[in-house]
Structures are given as structure tokens and as C-alpha cells.
Design a protein around this ligand. Structure first.
Ligand code: SAH
Length: 224
């Protein structure tokens, strides 16, 4: 499957999926509250069908999360848009992303900043996303295999941090790797009691704000 997926990436242009299909998805995402033009434009331009298995590609432009193997999922487009617009309420050149997954969120972040450092704990997902974004000519991403919730000390500090796996709280390791004025967007909670949180780092500490109830896969320990 792996090799044919790469062949498919190379062969497939954006034109493979009709503009109408992609437009419908973007309209839905906007109606749900993602209004940032830059975010919508990037999402419109991305071939989401290349990020998922071919067997599911007829659902690639539905506003839903889908399985990507290894018990993980590609996030719902609305959630990707919401998190991205929340992170880029101001310019944030250097972003840490936790949970690369299939790389779709990474590909949305990359054109909107100078550099993304994206960490994934499942080796095969890490490699697949790295190869796909290379084929899509996205070059300002450093992919790392590891536990993202430890951050990446040698590449810190970050202007923004986005996590796609839920944690019980915001790890202190991440807070210390954030610049003053930096922002974390991540789900916190457990089970089905999860909320998407904004945490802004100020001189007096973290200022937290809840956005909305969400459903993410749990943070995994160790390396897969
Ligand atoms: N934005 C991704 C979401 C993938 S789901 C996408 O759209 O594809 C969340 C991802 O977080 C999974 O791939 C999972 O393997 C990864 N993950 C879970 N715990 C992690 C950890 N501690 N460090 C890095 N990645 C982690």
C-alpha cells in the first residue's frame, strides 16, 4: 500500500478532486465558525484525499474525522480550521505540533508560519506524513519521532504549540518551551469530558480559556 500511495501522491494533482467538492467542505467549515480567510484558503487548496487510505477517499471531503490506521484518526476539518485560526490570532513564526498523524493539520499550519516542528510517536505515521508533505512540496516542516508532550528542547522556544491528542492538563515541559506572549491550543480532559483550551503565556503565568467541547484520541506514553 505504501509504495502505491506514494505513486498516487506524485501522480495526483489538486485537479483530481473537483473544485465544487472542496468548496462545499470549506463552506461548511466557515458556517461552523472558521472565518479566517487565510486558513480557509489553505484548506481549500489541500488535497485531503491524499492523507487517508484510498478505500476511504470518497469521504475525504466530508466534514468528519476518519481512521488513518494504528487506532488514530485524521481530525475533523472544522476542528483543524478552528485550532489553526485560534493559534494564528497573531503572527507566530515558529510552531510546535504534537501528534502529526497523517500530516493534514501540519500541511494547514505550514503555509501560515515560518517553521513547524511536528512530533509523532508512531513511527510509521511519522514516516508516512513526512514523505507525503515532501511530495506536496511543503518544505518548512521538521518531522520528529518521539513523545511530543515533552516538547523539543533543542528547537525551543516556540511561538505557538498545538496538540492533537488529549492530555489531562497542560504539561509544564511545554509551558517552559513557549515564548512570553506565546499560545498553546490543545484539548484537555479525559474520556468524553474534553474541552479545547487556549493557554496564553503572560508575565504573570498562564491565562486559560475554554473554547468548546471536543473529542480527541488520548495522549500516548512512550514510543510506538
Ligand atoms: N492532526 C492529526 C491528528 C492525528 S490523531 C491528523 O489530522 O492526522 C493524534 C495523533 O497524536 C496520533 O497520530 C497519535 O499517534 C499522536 N500522539 C498521541 N500521543 C502522542 C505523543 N505523546 N507524542 C506525539 N504524538 C502523539
Amino acid at each position: 500500500m505504501y509504495q502505491s500511495q506514494r505513486d498516487r501522491n506524485r501522480a495526483a494533482g489538486i485537479g483530481m478532486t473537483s473544485e465544487r467538492t472542496r468548496r462545499r467542505l470549506i463552506d461548511q467549515v466557515r458556517e461552523m465558525g472558521v472565518t479566517d480567510r487565510r486558513v480557509l484558503d489553505v484548506m481549500f487548496s489541500l488535497p485531503r484525499h491524499l492523507f487517508i487510505d484510498e478505500a476511504l477517499s470518497n469521504r475525504a471531503y466530508d466534514n468528519i474525522s476518519l481512521p488513518i490506521g494504528y487506532g488514530q484518526t485524521i481530525s475533523q476539518p472544522y476542528i483543524v480550521g478552528l485550532m489553526t485560526q485560534t493559534l494564528f490570532n497573531q503572527a507566530r513564526p515558529k510552531i510546535l505540533e504534537i501528534g502529526t498523524g497523517c500530516g493534514y493539520q501540519t500541511a494547514v499550519l505550514a503555509p501560515l508560519c515560518e517553521e513547524v516542528i511536528s512530533i509523532e510517536r508512531i513511527l510509521k505515521l511519522h514516516r508516512r506524513a513526512r514523505d507525503l508533505l515532501y511530495d506536496l512540496r511543503i518544505r518548512n516542516v521538521k518531522f520528529r519521532h518521539g513523545d511530543g508532550f515533552m516538547g523539543m528542547v533543542d528547537l525551543a522556544p516556540f511561538d505557538g504549540i498545538l496538540a492533537a491528542a488529549v492530555s489531562e492538563d497542560i504539561p509544564e515541559e511545554l509551558v517552559v518551551q513557549l515564548v512570553d506572549g506565546g499560545r498553546i491550543v490543545m484539548p484537555v480532559g479525559r474520556g468524553d469530558q474534553q474541552v479545547l483550551l487556549i493557554a496564553d503565556k503572560t508575565s504573570t503565568g498562564l491565562k486559560k480559556k475554554e473554547i468548546e467541547a471536543v473529542r480527541f484520541v488520548p495522549r500516548l506514553a512512550g514510543l510506538g
